[in-house]
Design a protein around this ligand. Structure first.
Ligand code: NAD
Ligand code: MG
Length: 385
């Protein structure tokens, strides 16, 4: 039996993880579940799986959580530090599914504890890649990629030496606006942006998919997870989201992982690893799908992807700044304070104005993240031309 903790248990990835665990009650025991503010959903899940601990990141929600857990015997805690402490509790497997750099300290605590960490929280790795990977190595923690593309690559990597890998090709659906002109994109609303054609996901990653910043963050994520240089990472638009990514080897073989676009497939892979487990996911019916299409990404219409690619090549603090500015801009867009095209404009502007040296510690990453957020916030307030 695996003892597991889910950070971000009320979100899209967290709920899919709980679904798999609840279908296999004999295989998993739940230590801790955490959420930001959604007390009702958190308490209900904690009761269903018999968690030992439930934590809300927002301390103001703790009294409501205590009420909701009354009589269950489940321990309740609240506040950002309580989330970190929950992540540090000994378990075999942790799902890191908090959205944004809010998940960075908890994921660092889970990495330091050892065991296996299933990583969905890509923003943490984009901001603090070197620091996080060093922490995982130090503790001997296995990092299992959950992002569907990285999980696909993980499955396609064989044991050959890294120098025999020619390229890693991340596939991208292209998002809901794959065929829209820049002029058409100007008036996109939050409702249109979060309606992804293939995947059902949280609001922030859905907007990132629409700008294709998501694929940019994934390039940086892949650079940290796999033994390749930035030049060996390619993006290929594949609108059906059936091939989740590919690895090309020096001998001309290209391996791909295929599956229905359902996050429970990669989550199940990480949950059962190194074994496999059954899922209720729709089986892939290639005869019905009929054809798979591919095209090169348009870096002009999707300038966020170009910004992320440049941040990856430049390295240092650039990815952390890119990510922080993007988080602020996406939140402002969802709040209807800026337009869709202004997201990438704000990220570009903050990257232009802020160029600190490479952060060597977690604290240095968090300082850069905070400063970039202030600059992006000012730009949101000023309104972008
Ligand atoms: P979501 O918005 O649906 O859920 C986010 C979770 O984090 C919720 O449980 C929320 O309560 C919690 N949270 C938010 N802010 C917090 C804070 N300040 N402190 C503590 N907890 C906080 O997001 P999601 O779509 O499940 O995505 C989670 C992560 O996984 C993101 O990094 C995303 O990029 C990545 N990811 C998601 C998908 C997907 O299909 N949804 C696919 C690949 C990668
Ligand atoms: Mg992905």
């Amino acid at each position: 039996m695996k003892r597991v903790t889910i950070l971000g248990a009320t979100g899209s990835v967290g709920s899919s993880t709980l679904d798999l665990i609840e279908r296999n009650p004999d295989d998993f025991a739940v230590e801790a579940l955490t959420a930001h503010r959604d007390v009702g959903k958190l308490a209900a899940a904690a009761r269903r799986v018999g968690a030992a601990l439930a934590v809300v990141g927002d301390e103001a929600c703790l009294p409501a959580l205590r009420d909701a857990l009354d009589g269950s015997g489940i321990e309740a805690a609240g506040g950002a530090q309580a989330v970190v402490e929950a992540a540090a509790r000994p378990v075999d497997w942790t799902m890191a599914a908090i959205v944004g750099t809010a998940g960075l300290k908890p994921v660092m605590a889970a990495l330091a504890r050892g065991g296996a960490v299933a990583l969905a929280n890509k923003e943490a790795l984009v901001s603090a890649g070197d620091v996080m990977m060093a922490a995982a190595r130090r503790a001997g923690t296995t990092l299992l990629p959950v992002d569907s593309e990285h999980n696909a690559v993980f499955q396609c990597l064989d044991d050959c030496p890294p120098e025999r890998i020619r390229r890693i090709i991340l596939t991208a659906s292209g998002g809901p606006f794959r065929e829209r002109s820049l002029e058409e994109m100007r008036a996109i609303t939050p409702e249109q942006a979060v309606a992804h054609p293939n995947w059902s996901m949280g609001a922030k990653i859905s907007v990132d998919s629409a700008t294709m910043m998501n694929k940019g963050l994934e390039l940086i994520e892949a650079y940290h997870l796999f033994p390749v240089s930035p030049e060996q990472l390619d993006v290929l638009v594949h609108r059906q989201s059936v091939i989740h990514s590919m690895v090309e080897y020096v001998d001309g073989s290209t391996l791909a992982q295929l599956g229905s676009p359902d996050m429970r497939v990669p989550i199940a892979h990480a949950l059962a690893w190194p074994d496999r487990m059954d899922t209720p996911c729709e089986r892939l019916d290639l005869a019905r799908i009929g054809r798979l299409d591919f095209e090169a990404p348009d870096m002009v219409r999707f300038s966020a992807l170009a910004l992320a690619r440049a941040a990856l090549s430049a390295g240092g603090a650039r990815p952390a700044i890119l990510n922080a500015a993007n988080e602020v801009a996406v939140a402002a867009f969802l709040d209807r304070r800026i337009g869709f095209l202004e997201i990438a404009a704000i990220v570009a502007d903050v990257l232009d104005r802020f160029d600190p040296p490479k952060p060597q510690t977690l604290d240095a990453v968090l300082t850069i993240d905070a400063e970039a957020r202030v600059l992006a916030g000012e730009r949101v307030k000023d309104g972008v031309a």
